[in-house]
Ligand binder design. Structure first.
Ligand SMILES: N[C@@H](CCC(=O)N[C@@H](CS)C(=O)NCC(=O)O)C(=O)O
Length: 240
């Protein structure tokens, strides 16, 4: 059975959504990033960059197992394998892929930085810089959706699946229906999908279970990078 080694953040949730959309049998292997489990030797073998999510498919290319990190690489892999949620004609495929990469290159990192400065620092420069950038990205998304029904083009697919969980945090900047009508039309249409609802509901349950485990364990400060190199060096040494 497919294993998703993960924690239900936006990057974990997007893979859960696609697994549900595809109707696949899969199981969640909890990697509790609040307890530092992303630095375990076992997880680093799947995800050398010590991040979630990672996917293990026992039935990969050529019938051999495959392990993958980077959520959007995982989405492309699953879409290709099942010939779904990614256009098969070259023009449509590249159109969708550019928006998929827009998510991992811009939306994820900028929202991540905005969250960090807004909630874990008092550095006004950082708050202003990233909140402005996030507001700009919502304008880009609304403009794209004025041209096409979906971020990936004419059909719902992995670019939409990748972006939607990130856009659930839009309250941080002023994104209102009056000025972003296309964004809201798109967001609500995805929110109403059964597979999306199922995945987000599972994410909530998994999160509760993992948060309970966190409070019983030795939590790391996820918002400090001070010890991460030492953690990676320690795991590298343990792996021999
Ligand atoms: N570009 C990566 C980003 C992965 C990522 O940043 N994962 C975060 C959670 S959303 C994580 O594992 N954080 C733990 C850490 O930084 O130690 C992807 O899309 O998979």
């Amino acid at each position: 059975m497919i294993e998703l080694h993960s924690y239900p953040t936006a990057n974990g949730l997007k893979v859960m959504v696609l697994l549900e959309e595809l109707g696949l049998a899969w199981r969640h292997v909890d990697v509790n990033i609040r307890l530092g489990e992303q630095f375990s030797v076992a997880h680093l073998r799947l995800s050398p960059n010590n991040k979630i999510p990672a996917l293990v498919d026992p039935d990969g290319p050529g019938g051999r197992p495959i392990a993958l990190m980077e959520s959007n690489a995982i989405l492309v892999y699953l879409a290709d394998k099942h010939r779904a949620f990614l256009a098969s004609d070259p023009a449509g495929r590249y159109d969708a892929l550019q928006w998929l990469l827009f998510q991992s290159s811009h939306v994820g990192p900028m929202i991540g930085q905005a969250n960090h400065f807004n909630n874990h620092s008092d550095v006004q420069y950082g708050k202003d810089r990233y909140n402005r950038e996030v507001a700009r990205l919502y304008r880009v998304i609304d403009n794209r959706l004025a041209e096409q029904p979906w971020m990936g083009g004419s059909e719902y697919g992995i670019a939409d699946i990748a972006l939607h969980p990130w856009c659930r945090t839009r309250q941080q900047v002023a994104v209102d229906p009056g000025s972003h009508p296309n964004f809201f039309r798109w967001f609500d249409a995805i929110d109403a999908r059964h597979a999306v609802r199922r995945a987000y509901a599972q994410g909530k349950e998994i999160r509760a279970r993992m948060d309970q485990a966190s409070s019983a364990g030795a939590m790391i400060d996820l918002y400090s990078t001070a010890d991460n190199l030492a953690r990676l060096n320690g795991a590298t040494a343990r792996a021999g």
